[in-house]
Design a protein around this ligand. Structure first.
Ligand SMILES: Cc1cc2nc3c(=O)[nH]c(=O)nc-3n(C[C@H](O)[C@H](O)[C@H](O)COP(=O)(O)O)c2cc1C
Length: 205
């Protein structure tokens, strides 16, 4: 026995629960709206999500399986990212229900729609920040041997960004003021960002 629990994921983690997404946590949530070819609005959260580039802004989410959000993003070349916050946490969760593409998850979750300016999918009313995105790449993930997985990474360029002015103070966006929620591990863990957790550290040089 050493102080370290070491495992090779291909052989199993040897714990009661897979710790992976509890370790890489908390993760921001890609609350993604798309439009189906039939014109049905779709909304779903993806915590395998992040921003990958400043200029142009590139964001991406990863789908475990070919889900409606990926199919719609591929068919239309567009999606909207909506910031998930504490007041809309339950609605965000409701929008993750496994329902067929004919079901509008905005309606399912009791959420209103706002039109986007540059893309067709609607924005979530009440969400304080949204990125209107054009799809740049849909990458099928592979193992190190090159075996194709049933997982897809959807990358998009944010071509239009909406920010609630209440979150901007003297030109500076106030992260905690939006009360963003992030995903922890396990079946139900979330974290809310609050101002009292903030600390400052500048880069060397
Ligand atoms: C907080 C949260 C995060 C999620 N993250 C992911 C994820 O990263 N990838 C994924 O495939 N599913 C994820 N899911 C599950 C999807 O939201 C769910 O499968 C949903 O039905 C997909 O909707 P769609 O088929 O309309 O795209 C997550 C669910 C929740 C509640």
């Amino acid at each position: 026995m050493t102080d370290q629990h070491f495992y090779e994921p291909a052989l199993g983690h040897g714990l009661a629960h897979d710790p992976l997404n509890a370790i890489v946590a908390p993760r921001p949530i890609g609350w993604v709206s798309t439009l189906s070819p039939a014109g049905v609005a779709n909304l779903a959260p993806y915590s395998f999500f992040n921003v990958f580039n400043y200029t142009p802004p590139l964001i991406g989410f990863s789908s475990q399986g070919w889900k409606d959000s990926v199919a719609n993003a591929q068919a239309s070349g567009e999606f909207v990212w909506n910031l998930a916050t504490r007041p809309q946490a339950e609605a965000m969760n409701a929008s993750s229900a496994p329902v067929p593409p004919e079901v509008d998850e905005f309606e399912l979750a009791g959420l209103g729609k706002l039109p986007a300016r540059l893309v067709a999918p609607p924005r979530v009313a009440g969400s304080p920040v949204q990125f209107e995105c054009k799809v740049t790449q849909i990458i099928r993930l592979t193992t190190k041997e090159g075996r194709e997985l049933s997982q897809w990474l959807v990358m998009g360029e944010a071509v239009g960004i909406h920010i609630d002015r209440a979150l901007i103070e003297e030109g500076v966006y106030q992260t905690a003021k939006a009360r963003p929620i992030l995903r922890g591990g396990g079946p139900a863990d979330y974290f809310e960002i609050t101002q009292d957790r903030l600390f400052h550290m500048r880069r060397p040089g």
